[in-house]
Design a protein around this ligand. Structure first.
Ligand SMILES: [Zn+2]
Length: 380
């Protein structure tokens, strides 16, 4: 028997029913207790705008932990949990106001442990001054370069939206982060099969900050950036795919609202919004890249029509954070609506994924011939 020594230690787990949240009168104080089956390294900090409490645990798996099980004594605060990297898991709690950290300690609790955190109301100014992620907290830059698959001159970056602590849209147990990852993997294979090189900004259930997604693609020298998402609406009748390109102002109120939802991912995961990528570089390159992105989005919509439902106005533009690279044609595809039973059935079907991914790969191939910059690269 070999390899036992190399096997990673079993992850620790948290117990929602034995965890607690107690809010003092009118939010004067807050006490959070997270029950664990053993002590693990942790870090605690607050973030402002809006006020949030962030608890990070090393070597913890949230499987089996449901924030709805937490015993609450007052307090309506929303809680989200998920993975934020290979080693760290995060809990984010939306504070109802400025509440400063007073104590945070890991205490023995029966056979396990309990992280007990207390906070006390403070002024907005004091809260702002005390808040912020400590150095070294994700995202720290220097992300590992993702694997590049396939051969060929043109490198496509596939960006499955959300992941880890950020599930994206959720309906009836289906989560956007899982659907777009499954589709992204199918698209990777389809593109590699048609002579593209392909990289993914994530190929597992990991949280990747919006700016890091673009940074990873640019570091790898990607020629095209394709972000994958799924929509959700209040009515089941709305269905179909939409291709978005970047614009400072939304092409419709709906498009602008969609960009706000997708751009909120970093805040959901407890990150402060970073600097917009390449804002300084925008200029001549931007105008040309926007035009190329537009032609690409048209090609992708045309490719989708025979194999997938396409929304009535499938070409939209809005100010999406991940479409800001000034030098890389970028399109954000909303593949369908989780809220539409027909779209959901398609999105969860491996056959649909394969067929649609191949149609998109063919669409990209057709676009290459039209795109002067890449056509020249192919001739070299
Ligand atoms: Zn999304």
């Amino acid at each position: 028997m070999t390899g036992l020594a190399c096997r990673a230690a079993e992850p620790a787990h948290a117990d929602g029913a034995r965890s607690s949240l107690r809010e003092g009168w009118f939010g004067r104080s807050l006490e959070v207790g997270i029950a664990l089956d053993r002590p693990v390294p942790f870090r605690v900090f607050t973030l402002d705008g809006p006020p949030r409490l962030v608890l990070d645990f090393a070597g913890l798996d949230w499987a089996g932990f449901d924030p709805r099980d937490i015993r609450r004594d007052g307090g309506e605060a929303a809680i989200r949990v998920g993975r934020i990297g290979p080693d760290w898991s995060r809990l984010v709690l939306d504070l109802t106001g400025p509440q400063a950290l007073v104590t945070a300690e890991m205490q023995p609790d029966g056979p396990g442990a309990r992280l007990r955190v207390t906070l006390r109301r403070t002024s907005p100014e004091a809260f702002a001054a005390a808040s912020g992620a400590p150095p070294g907290v994700w995202p720290s830059g220097g992300l590992p370069s993702p694997a590049v698959q396939g051969t060929g001159a043109v490198l496509v970056a596939i960006d499955p939206g959300h992941g880890g602590i950020d599930p994206g849209a959720i309906r009836d147990g289906a989560e956007e982060k899982d659907l777009v990852l499954a589709f992204g993997l199918a698209l990777r294979d389809a593109l590699a099969g048609r002579g593209f090189r392909v990289m993914m900004t994530r190929d597992g259930d990991d949280f990747v900050a919006l700016a890091d997604r673009v940074a990873l693609a640019r570091q790898a020298g990607a020629d095209v950036f394709l972000s994958l998402h799924v929509n959700a609406e209040s009515t089941p009748a709305v269905a179909g795919a939409i291709a978005f390109t970047r614009a400072d102002r939304g092409s419709s109120p709906g498009a602008a609202a969609r960009a706000r939802v997708e751009n909120a991912a970093d805040g959901l995961a407890g990150l402060d919004p970073g600097d917009p990528v390449g804002a300084v570089l925008a200029g001549v390159a931007r105008i040309e890249t926007d035009a190329r992105s537009g032609v690409l989005a048209d090609a992708l919509v045309d490719a989708l029509r025979p194999v997938a439902t396409v929304w009535a106005e499938p070409r939209q533009a809005a100010n999406f954070e991940v479409l800001r690279a000034p030098d890389m044609p970028s399109v954000l595809l909303e593949l369908g609506f989780l809220s539409s039973p027909a779209d959901l059935a398609a999105l969860t079907s491996p056959d649909w994924r394969r067929g649609t991914a191949d149609a998109l790969a063919a669409g990209l191939q057709g676009w290459l011939a039209q795109d002067a910059a890449l056509a020249a690269k192919l001739r070299r």
